[in-house]
Write a protein that binds this ligand. Structure first.
Ligand code: COI
Length: 356
């Protein structure tokens, strides 16, 4: 039995976007949100669904000063028969606790969080957009709330879930993105927080992202923090290479985010009989392979981005183009299967879908 969730309805529901309105990504928020608080000695208390609104925190709240926080990202999909699908949400709440452990945040009850999310979605179901490529993006997060300026783990936290009807993460959709390989800055190091979904990792990435934009690139590909040689991940997704027909991705090493779409692609690859390899891939190895025409496709995989083909990678003065800058057959296949299962147009023979 889960604790009861109190519900306060918004007195004035907002105008929902028109069915064909461009939504952008993460810009519009629904009428309600879920919150609960952690108080040392009492655990997670006061679970509630209430109107989406600004929250009141002291300027001394620890999250503002030391960044003790974690977040997640998942999506709800409306199927043609009006059902609501979640894609492997248990894995997101499992990862909440992995991130929490690294950030010294007390664990949450994963099953209760999923139940709370479903209760919120039942109230907000009319906000799930149905136009092609759209979904309701779900953002669970936890922040440290103690009003205190010394460095230590907080004694109080807030867990929240907010919802955002969204379109594609990259406005260009499934067309290939051009990515800049960062050689000066690093995102994470082994022993650091790279594997946790914590805001500081993303804050640390902004400077390179800005540099990439200035030179006409959409995203950054990170190299390892020690040698600046081994490929890690792209800012908002994990990265895959099809090399001589084999699917290769950097092995999880503590500084790479263990993506749920990454895991899904690897599982799917095995099911369709594709050879997979999780290993170290050096940027110089990739350049040599690309020059000899052995890199058939490159794509990113992430919840927000789904499958995103990479048309070009730039490292220093080397520019590598893949599959003539067009979407490759395997990228298309993974995209079709994953989104087909998510939107209910394909049978879920994998047990990935959780109905609301
Ligand atoms: C997601 O893919 O859901 C993420 O959290 C990545 C974020 C940069 C949008």
């Amino acid at each position: 039995m889960f604790p009861a969730i109190s519900v306060t309805r918004a007195s004035k529901p907002k105008q929902k976007p028109a069915a064909d309105a461009p939504l952008g990504f993460g810009q519009i928020f629904t009428d309600h949100m879920f919150s609960m608080d952690y108080v040392e000695g009492q655990g997670w208390i006061n679970p509630r669904i209430e109107p989406y609104a600004p929250i009141c925190l002291e300027p001394s709240a620890m999250v503002f000063h030391y960044g003790q926080a974690i977040f997640e990202g998942l999506k709800a999909y409306k199927t043609a028969d009006g059902a609501i699908n979640l894609f492997r949400p248990q894995l997101n709440f499992e990862r909440v606790n992995v991130s929490n452990a690294r950030m010294v945040i007390p664990p949450v009850d994963e099953a209760f969080c999923l139940y709370a999310l479903k209760e919120l979605l039942k109230i907000e179901q009319d906000w799930i957009p149905t136009a092609d490529g759209t979904s309701l993006y779900i953002r669970p997060f936890i922040i440290a709330t103690d009003p205190y300026l010394g460095v230590r783990p907080a004694h109080t936290y807030r867990f929240m879930i907010i919802l955002s009807p969204s379109g594609r993460y990259y406005p260009q959709g499934l067309s290939p993105v051009n990515i800049y390989v960062e050689e000066d800055y690093v995102r994470a190091v082994k022993g650091g927080t790279g594997f946790a979904k914590t805001p500081g990792n993303y804050a640390a990435s902004l400077i390179a992202q800005a540099k990439a934009y200035k030179t006409g690139y959409v995203q950054v590909l990170w190299l390892d923090g020690v040698h600046r040689r081994f490929i890690e991940e792209v800012g908002s997704m994990n990265v895959f290479f099809v090399i001589d027909g084999k699917l290769v991705t950097p092995a999880l090493n503590g500084s790479i985010l263990p993506g749920i779409t990454r895991r899904t692609v690897l599982e799917l690859a095995k099911r369709i009989g594709l050879e997979t390899e999780e290993r170290e891939i050096a940027i110089d190895e990739l350049i040599t392979l690309a020059k000899s025409g052995r890199v058939n496709e490159v794509f990113g995989a992430g919840t927000a981005a789904v499958i995103s083909p990479v048309g070009e990678l730039r490292y220093k003065d080397e520019v590598m183009t893949f599959n003539d800058g067009k979407i490759g057959p395997l990228s298309q296949k993974f995209y079709d299967i994953i989104t087909g299962v998510q939107y209910g147009t394909r049978i879920d023979e994998y047990g990935w879908i959780e109905k609301v």
